[in-house]
Unconditional design. Structure first.
Length: 95
């Protein structure tokens, strides 16, 4: 019984470490940038890139514009401009 508990604990630790490593995988890269398409909603972009490092929104009348930027520790960044919640323009600056 003790061996089975130890094996289960070891497996849980390995799974936890793998999840941690995958969570640390840089999301600001050319591959993820290519996944972002005009017309995508902010929620779809966040599912790919996570929460933006910075975002600014302005509204005038019935229009709402947001400029969101995702930056990593290596200086790479993805900047996306949204109009009424949908991607209109994107740029990638990589290392």
């Amino acid at each position: 019984m003790k061996n089975r508990n130890q094996t289960g604990l070891k497996l849980a630790i390995k799974v936890g470490l793998l999840a941690l490593l995958l969570g640390c995988t840089p999301k600001i890269n050319q591959e993820n940038y290519a996944k972002i398409q005009n017309g995508m909603m902010m929620a779809e972009v966040k599912a790919i890139l996570g929460e933006p490092t910075e975002a600014k929104t302005a509204s005038i009348g019935g229009l709402s514009g947001t400029n969101a930027v995702w930056t990593d520790s290596n200086g790479a960044s993805i900047s996306i401009k949204f109009l009424n919640g949908k991607v209109q323009l994107k740029t990638f600056v990589g290392e």
